[in-house]
Design a protein around this ligand. Structure first.
Ligand SMILES: [Zn+2]
Length: 110
């Protein structure tokens, strides 16, 4: 599994290495999440209210909240593969949704 580093302005300002698997199901516990959006408003960025760290990025696709999580917060991050640079800003909205539908897991608890 290779974390992905996005080169958009939002991710440059909020550095993260996101990781996901289509079979992944993530549960966030607690009520301290801030939701923010980037330029094209397509994806939501979920931040911890206490420390402002980016927890996950997500988007509602076909009625389910799908997303990827920030691997920088994981304990065993050094067991992941080398980070890959990605440029989703070069994709159309339809292309992004198609890509996320293939790559992203399910987010629960938001
Ligand atoms: Zn980005």
């Amino acid at each position: 599994m290779n974390p992905r580093i996005c080169d958009c302005n939002y991710c440059q300002a909020n550095p993260s290495r996101i990781i996901s698997d289509p079979n992944m199901s993530v549960v966030f516990i607690g009520d301290g999440i801030l939701t923010k959006q980037n330029g094209d408003q397509l994806a939501n960025f979920y931040h911890c209210k206490a420390c402002n760290e980016l927890l996950a990025v997500g988007c509602n696709i076909n009625g389910r909240l799908r997303g990827a999580v920030n691997s920088n917060l994981m304990q065993d991050v050094n067991q992941l593969g080398n980070p890959i640079q990605i440029q989703p800003r070069l994709l159309s909205a339809a292309e992004k949704l198609e890509r996320w539908d293939k790559l992203w897991g399910v987010l629960n608890g938001f």
